[in-house]
Design a protein. Structure first.
Length: 563
């Protein structure tokens, strides 16, 4: 540790003392009322013209707070406080003219003409004197015991405030590191999701195409097994990704108006084949309710319902599963609802019900071995329900079944504001194309190229395939296109940049209807696509019916634009 003046008295622990001072990150900070107030109290109690909170840096003393003084710092080598930090008790100089250390000091001989000084060391909890609370006067004087005691109390209060600031800084740093770690983890899961979805998309897509060919009974059994295994893998991946988003606070919600009845019908339609396959009763019970237009996030509500129904099918081998909607009460603004998923399955032990919605837990470890699953599904559903101001609860009796209930108050909306559309099967997905559309596909992955080409051909179209955005732009410029299926992550020119160029093109007659194809299953990715002018969006792995529905939608839009 080097000082510019060899005459500065250096404490034996100077290196560690300076480190303790720097740890507070208080030097050169802005004035703060709490420290100004403590300085004013010290000046008042000690009847002094000047009072300061002085921090002794390597070659200067800097004032965190001061009264009666203009300067914000002075050189350390002329300070009185450089001596005060050498001891643990108050350094009191009754008359500086009579002290050999100070009688030639420029602060004594000139402004502020110091005659009296008293400095109480600011001692850290580790025992380092980093500065003083000092009082100064131009007349000789002496503090009484009461004044000294209060000066010490005030100096301790200053250190307590410094410690609080340091703790807050440490908490900010910890929180920042946690956020960075969480962001890194979220990005890792997002990347993992994208990389796994791409091959899963190929597996499931080719399996679907294979299932439509003539197969022997044994071959069809193998194909069904591949499809089922691929579906389970995708479900596990979705659970991990969703839980990561919830844990990091990155889960996004949208609020739109939709018909709850249509959503319930849509959710149950996904499981009709499961009911027939397991030979159990599966029923949607709505009573007299024909329509109920509410406002919340339909996709997240449907995700909860699908999770609960899926669990019910997983654990029910006989009897039935019933999805019931009840309206408890309603006003013009909102309605209190109850949606129950009842099953006659294996049930849940009473002792396990309290832990049912905790992450990474299942009612019985043997359940995971027999039925599979991450143990995240119910935790995700509970977190989603909480974020939507809904309650998710469970009741169960062993070997008699379980009841899961979603309840809460949801805002009502005008019917004209409906934005949710339930998925409808195309009437003839293998029939003639709706229009003789010019379809272009920009996709760099060879397996995915082959897959979407076969899907579109089965729908009756004759698509052109290119490998990147540059090739897509060139093809559109020369040959034109009605619809562009655009992979988002491509070499040479990404899907986002390709869409930007097409959207900003001076000749908008060349611009096709753009449908993004992506393996990033998150709302932020969808928003990024829509923000650059992309018209629609499909997530890998997709099904043939989804592609058919998108083309139906485009056809409907084009008809309206011509009328």
């Amino acid at each position: 540790m080097e000082h510019s003046d060899p005459n500065i008295p250096i404490p034996a622990n100077e290196t560690f003392r300076l480190q303790a001072l720097q740890a507070y990150q208080i030097l050169d900070s802005a004035p703060e009322e709490k420290f100004d107030s403590l300085t004013q109290i010290a000046a008042y109690i000690c009847d002094a013209q000047i009072a300061m909170i002085s921090l002794i840096d390597m070659n200067r003393q800097w004032f965190k707070a001061k009264i009666g003084l203009e300067e914000s710092e002075t050189p350390r080598n002329i300070s009185f406080c450089q001596y005060a930090i050498l001891q643990d008790n108050i350094l009191e100089i009754e008359d500086a003219h009579l002290d050999s250390r100070f009688k030639e000091n420029p602060l004594v001989l000139g402004p502020p003409y110091i005659r009296f000084y008293a400095g109480s060391p600011l001692k850290t909890p580790e025992g380092f004197n980093i500065g003083t609370l000092c009082v100064i006067d131009s007349k000789p004087k002496k503090l009484d015991q009461r004044q000294k005691m209060i000066l010490n109390v005030l100096s301790n209060q200053i250190i307590s405030n410094f410690e609080l600031i340091k703790k807050n800084l440490e908490l900010v740093q910890i929180r920042k590191k946690e956020e960075e770690l969480q962001n890194s983890k979220s990005q890792f899961f997002a990347n993992m999701s994208h990389e796994i979805r791409t091959p899963v998309h190929g597996i499931l897509g080719i399996t679907d195409l294979l299932s439509e060919t003539e197969l022997k009974s044994e071959q069809r059994e193998y194909v069904d097994t591949i499809r089922k295994s691929g579906g389970l893998l995708l479900s596990l991946l979705n659970d991990i990704l969703d839980f990561s988003k919830l844990e990091s606070g990155h889960m996004k919600f949208e609020t739109v108006a939709f018909d709850l009845i249509e959503l319930l019908k849509d959710a149950t339609s996904l499981f009709e084949m499961d009911g027939k396959r397991k030979n159990i009763e599966f029923k949607l019970e709505l009573g007299e309710i024909k329509s109920l237009i509410i406002t919340t996030d339909p996709n997240r509500l449907k995700q909860i319902l699908v999770n609960l129904i899926s669990n019910a099918f997983k654990f029910t081998e006989k009897g039935g599963i019933f999805l019931t909607l009840k309206i408890i009460s309603w006003t013009k603004e909102g309605c209190e609802i109850s949606i129950q998923v009842k099953d006659t399955g294996i049930g849940i032990p009473e002792l396990k019900l309290n832990d049912l919605f905790q992450a990474y837990t299942q009612a019985d470890t043997s359940v995971s071995r027999k039925y599979g699953g991450t143990g995240l599904g119910l935790a995700i559903s509970k977190n989603l329900a909480d974020l939507m101001n809904l309650k998710l609860t469970a009741q169960s009796v062993m070997n008699r079944g379980s009841v899961f209930e979603i309840s809460g108050r949801l805002p009502l909306a005008e019917k004209s504001e409906i934005k949710f559309e339930s998925k409808k099967q195309v009437s003839n997905p293998n029939g003639d194309p709706i229009h003789n559309l010019k379809i272009l596909v920009a996709e760099d992955n060879e397996i995915n190229q082959m897959l979407i080409k076969r899907v579109l051909e089965k729908l009756g179209y004759n698509p052109v395939i290119v490998s990147n955005g540059i090739e897509a732009l060139h093809h559109i410029e020369i040959n034109g296109a009605d619809v562009l299926f655009l992979d988002i992550q491509m070499p040479e020119l990404s899907g986002i940049d390709t869409a930007k160029i097409l959207t900003q093109h001076t000749n908008q007659s060349l611009r096709p209807y753009i449908i993004a194809i992506t393996a990033n299953a998150n709302l932020a990715d969808k928003e990024a696509c829509l923000a650059v002018g992309i018209d629609d969006y499909v997530i890998k792995p997709f099904q043939k019916e989804e592609i058919a529905n998108l083309l139906n939608k485009f056809s409907s839009i084009r008809k309206k634009s011509k009328t």
